[in-house]
Design a protein around this ligand. Sequence first.
Ligand code: 4AD
Ligand code: MG
Length: 462
Amino acid sequence: PGRTKVKELLASKELGSDFVVKGWVRTKRGNKSVVFIALNDGSTISNIQVVANPEEYSEEVLKLVTTGSCIRVSGTLVESPASGQPVEIHAKEIEVYGTADADTYPLQKKGHSLEFLREIAHLRPRTNTFGAVLRIRHAMAYGIHKYFNDKGFFYLHAPIITGSDAEGAGAMFQVTTLDLNNLPKTEEGSIDFAQDFFGKATNLTVSGQLEGELGALALSEVYTFGPTFRAENSNTPRHLAEFWMIEPEMAFFDIKDNMDLAEDFLKYLVRYALDNCMEDLEFLTKMYDAELIDRLKFVAESSFERLPYTTAIEILIASGQKFEYPVSWGLDLQSEHERYLVEKHFKRPVILTDYPRDIKAFYMKQNEDGKTVRAMDVLFPRIGEIIGGSQREENYDKLLGRIREMGIHEKDVWWYLETRKFGTAPHSGFGLGFERLVLFVTGMANIRDVIPFPRTPKNAEF
Ligand code: 4AD
Ligand code: MG
C-alpha cells in the first residue's frame, strides 16, 4: 500500500523523517501562504494535519483537494505547534486519487443528523461517529472470539438456510428459487416446495441454537456467531430484521453455570471496550452521551441482580407505575418493564429466571412446578433484554411432549430429538444480540446506527 496509517503517524517518534500518508480530506482551510488539510484514513478517530505551502503547488492540484476527496501526501513528520495534535506532516508532494465535487458531496463540514446519515449509509462510515462505532463493533467481535478461544470453546458455523424454526416465533423469511409467477401448487393449494431446490420449505435461520446444541453434545463447549433473521414487523430502536447473534452452548452447564458465564462474558466485553477503544468512547461520550464511560465502568464492576420472573412481576405491580402494557403474571415483559427493573428499581443489570412456560420456546427445561421453565434473560440499562437463554430440556419424553403440544412438526426436528435419545446430557446456552451489545457499548440510541447496513421493514436500500 506504500503508506503509513494515520494512527501510527500520530504515535510516531520519528520526527524529521519522510512518510507517505493516504486518506480522505475532512477539511481544508488557509490562505495564500499556507494551507491546512485535515486528513483521515479511518485507522483512528483523529486526523493528521497536512501543512502545504501553496507556492509549491500548481493551483490546479490544491483546488482539487476538497472535503471528501481522496489524496496521497508525501512529506516530513514534524512536531506540531498547534495544540491537540502531537505531530503534523509538511507536504512535499500531493497527488489527488479521487475528487469530490464540493457542491454535491453529501457530507459537509457541519454536523449531520443521524436520520440523514441513515439515508447515505454508503458514505456515513466516513464520519467521526460511524468511524468510531465501526471500530468499536470490530473490537467487540474480536473480543468475543478471544474470550471464547481463551476458554477453550470452539467456533461452530451454523447454517444460514434451515428447514427448522428454532424459536417457534413464526417470523421467518422463506427461501425459494421458485418462479413466483408460476408457482407449483400441492393438491391442497399451498406452494409445493417439494419441487423447489431443497425439495422442502426452507427459511433463513432465526437462531443457530439447535445446531449449537448438536455441537455442545460432541465438543462440550461451542459458540456460534453469525447473522440471524426475523421477519417481525417491529419498528423499534432495538429490533432489526437481520442481526448478528452469539450463541454459546455448553454441555454439563446448569442454569446457574449459564448465568455465571453470561455475566462474566458481558463484563469482559465491556472491560475490553474500555481497555481498547478509549479514544472512540471519549468521542461518543462527548458528542452523544455524557454518562457513557461511567456507565460502562459501572457495569464492568457491578454484580448483576438475579431473581425469578415471579418476583419481578410482584415488584412491578408493587411499584404502582403506569405501564403501557399492564402487569400480571404471564405477561411477556416489554422493554418498559425491563428498563424499570434495571434503571429504577435495582439500578444495575438484572438476570431474570424461571419464566412462564407459555411465553418461552419449546426447548427450555421444565421446572417441577409445571408452570415455569429454566429460562434466563439478562436485562441491561438503556437496552432491556440483551441476552436470552436457558437450560435445555434434555429428557426425550418431556421434549417430545412439548413439541407436540406446541404443534411443531416432528419431521422438521427429528435430528434434534435424536440427540436426546443418544447420549443426552444436561446442557445450557444463551444468545447475545450483537447489535444490542454494540448499542450499549457505544451509547447510541438506535440499533440502525450500530450496523453498517441495517435491514428493517421497508428498508433494504444499501
Ligand atoms: O431471546 P432470543 O430470541 O433467543 C434466542 O434466539 C435463543 N435461541 C438464544 C439461545 O438460547 N441460544 O434472542 C437472543 C438475543 C436477544 O436477547 C436480543 O439481544 C437479540 O438476540 N435479538 C435481537 N436483536 C436485534 N433485533 C432483533 N429483532 C432481535 N431479536 C433478538
Ligand atoms: Mg428473548
